[in-house]
Design a protein around this ligand. Structure first.
Ligand SMILES: CC(C)(COP(=O)(O)OP(=O)(O)OC[C@H]1O[C@@H](n2cnc3c(N)ncnc32)[C@H](O)[C@@H]1OP(=O)(O)O)[C@@H](O)C(=O)NCCC(=O)NCCS
Length: 304
């Protein structure tokens, strides 16, 4: 389905190809426009039209960007706080642990820069609203581009996914920790999943647990209900990858899932509503902190 007449594709910048656009608030340019498009000084409406013609994101694309959070990068992360808005600053200030606060800052800076790679809006200016179960969405009056997103943070990694229109949910988990006793967590899994977990050898069980867990979280995030939906009301099969709803509250044919290991220590799962006949195309890209930083002024200061 096209976004507008003659506009079937959108082009975002690729973190793999030369890094992200470095941006500052008062001169932010989307990557295509940065290549000298005359309309870069035109009105925002004209900018959107230009981007619509040139962007390369189809209705089937789902982009995932992930950012490993390494020890010793505390200062670099703090610099990204300038990309956040007041509400995010307030939320960041409420975390009990510094590590959680920094992951929050990194995730929201990543999200803002990622969104700005699709629409030439300065990262700091994006506005969000929160759904009834806490899912953030782009404020609908803010842009006509139907971008949808979800983000996730875990120890050592933050990640965001962006797509057009469809519901998406993303979950990342650090896997360098033991799996809980199956008896203690059985209530989160269907009978089939429990059998699968119990019958696996320990090494496989470890992997299986994190695959199932991230898939479950990704699904409840995609539908926006979060953990208010009982996790044993749906179950996964991994080969082939699919979801089953014993109580028939949803239809597994309408969902698409993707599993990845962005780093050796992390499991990632994506859930996406799939009302279209064609399988979504997922691209997963690693980004680095410096690539999100604002452009330094000539005197070395940054403007945000
Ligand atoms: C959504 C939820 C499953 C996330 O679990 P998690 O694994 O601990 O956290 P993740 O890092 O993977 O994801 C957190 C992000 O998901 C997003 N999110 C929050 N609620 C969400 C929801 N209901 N659906 C989809 N995404 C949601 C947010 O962006 C959040 O990050 P942020 O707080 O930095 O903005 C869990 O927090 C939950 O169930 N929340 C709903 C609770 C609820 O019912 N709230 C109602 C009152 S607001």
């Amino acid at each position: 389905m096209a976004l507008g007449r003659g506009a079937t594709t959108w082009q975002g910048l690729s973190p793999a190809g030369g890094g992200l656009a470095r941006c500052r608030d008062d001169s932010y340019r989307a990557p295509t426009l940065a290549r000298g498009t005359p309309s870069s000084r035109a009105s925002s409406h004209a900018l959107l039209l230009t981007v619509r013609a040139e962007f390369n994101m189809s209705d089937f694309d789902i982009q995932i960007w992930f950012l490993p959070i390494e020890e010793g990068r505390e200062l670099a992360i703090e610099q990204h706080a300038s990309l956040l808005d007041t509400a995010e600053h307030e939320k960041a200030g409420r975390f009990a642990f510094e590590r959680d606060r920094r992951h929050y800052i990194a995730a929201h800076a990543l999200l803002r820069v990622m969104l700005s790679s699709f629409v030439p809006i300065p990262p700091r200016r994006w506005r969000f609203k929160t759904g009834p179960f806490g899912r953030p969405e782009i404020e609908p009056t803010f842009t006509t581009v139907p971008l949808r997103f979800n983000l996730s943070h875990t120890r050592g990694l933050v990640a965001c996914c962006v797509t057009l229109r469809r519901d998406v949910g993303l979950d990342v988990e650090a896997v360098d920790r033991p799996v809980p006793d199956i008896n203690e967590i059985a209530m989160y899994f269907t009978q089939m999943e429990q059998v699968l977990l119990r019958s696996s050898v320990p090494a496989r069980r470890h992997q299986l647990f994190f695959e199932l867990w991230t898939l479950k979280e990704a699904y409840v995030k995609a539908i926006g209900k979060g953990l208010t939906l009982p996790l044993d009301s749906f179950g996964f099969e991994l080969d082939p990858l699919g979801i089953d709803f014993p109580d028939r509250h949803d239809d597994g044919r309408r969902w698409f899932f993707h599993l990845a290991r962005p780093t050796e220590q992390h499991q990632l799962a994506l859930a996406a509503r799939n009302n279209l006949a064609t399988t979504p195309h997922v691209s997963c890209s690693r980004v680095s902190l410096p690539s999100l930083l604002p452009i330094p002024d000539q005197d070395g200061a940054t403007t945000q």
